[in-house]
Design a protein around this ligand. Structure first.
Ligand code: BDR
Ligand code: CA
Length: 308
């Protein structure tokens, strides 16, 4: 199995990504690392512990950065509720986090399995940037970074910027300029993956505890998207990453140069994506331009069904 580390800020869609990864035999999840983001670090870490409990997994969890590298912290309670995981009943975790810092765990694991580990961040890129700065040897040892964030077109937190990119644009810049092979799944693709009521039913119909947990998560997540965008469900952003590792044929990808705007002003956090290769700069990322949304939801439902 492919060794992966999920770096996240759960978050409804992050939680679904954890469940998708833990139920997929192609992957060996070495650990979950948490970062501030949708809510503060204490809550995102708690939510990772809760999700592990739901999955009845013993994957280790490491807490990481509680704030961005440079800017003040932002958060997204307006989307995910005060807990970061509003909607379902959240069982009290029976186990705690490991003492090591997320960035140190990433460094140790990547060195132990040099050339093999895929990092899957679905929040601000702070932990990954810290790891790259603390241990520049990681640049040649990380197999790939597969990030949900950014967009080839418009943002969702400002007109220009997607939330994960805006939450730590300086960290995103470190990652995008690192030279590590990089895949980006941005809003331009995640807005094609709407968890409409029929797709929510795929999970409810499983008739299992985990299936119902996902269905209730998606129903809460739909509310913000109905109000803001007029859509019939939430955009299931984060699981695009793990789904691509499992079933790349569901996606259209294109290599291109992506630059992170860190200038103060209306473009802060924008992932300026050279879709038409007008800069002539060599590609530093492969970027998702499309997804087979029905195939994507079928895949997740099938895997969530593995929990029984
Ligand atoms: C991203 O921001 C968060 O709210 C979601 O979990 C996702 O990672 C979408 O912009
Ligand atoms: Ca997230």
């Amino acid at each position: 199995p492919l060794p992966v580390i999920l770096d996240l800020d759960p978050g409804h869609d992050d939680a679904v990504n954890i469940l998708l990864a833990l139920s997929s035999p192609e992957l060996r999840v070495l650990g979950l690392t948490t970062v501030f983001g949708n809510v503060g670090l204490e809550r995102t870490t708690h939510n990772a512990l809760v999700t592990r409990e739901i999955a009845r997994s013993d994957v280790p969890i490491y807490a990481g950065a509680d704030r961005p590298l440079v800017l003040p912290r932002i958060s997204a309670e307006s989307v995910h509720g005060a807990s970061g995981l509003d909607g379902p009943h959240l069982p009290a975790p029976t186990r705690s986090t490991e003492p090591e810092h997320a960035a140190d765990f990433i460094i140790r694991s990547v060195r132990e399995h040099a050339g093999e580990v895929v990092l899957v961040p679905t929040g601000p890129l702070t932990n990954i940037a810290l790891a790259l700065r603390l241990a520049p040897d990681l640049i040649s040892k990380i197999k790939r970074i597969v990030w949900m964030g950014g967009s080839t077109d418009t943002g969702n937190w400002t007109p220009a910027a997607e939330f994960n990119a805006l939450a730590d644009p300086h960290a995103a810049k470190v990652v995008f300029e690192s030279g590590v092979p990089l895949s980006m799944f941005g809003l331009n693709t995640s807005h094609q993956a709407i968890a409409n009521p029929a797709r929510v039913q795929l999970f409810r119909k499983l008739g299992t505890e985990v299936g119902e947990f996902v269905a209730v998560l998606l129903e809460f997540f739909a509310e913000h998207h109905r109000e803001r965008y007029g859509w019939e469900g939430g955009a299931l952003h984060d699981p695009l990453t793990v789904a691509w590792l499992l079933r790349p044929e569901l996606f259209q990808m294109q290599k291109m140069y992506v630059e992170i705007d860190t200038s103060a002003g209306p473009n802060l956090g924008r992932t300026v994506a050279d879709v038409w290769h007008v800069t002539g700069k060599p590609a530093n990322a492969e970027v998702a331009l499309g997804v087979d949304a029905d195939g994507f939801f079928r895949l997740i439902a099938e895997r969530i069904g593995n929990f029984g």
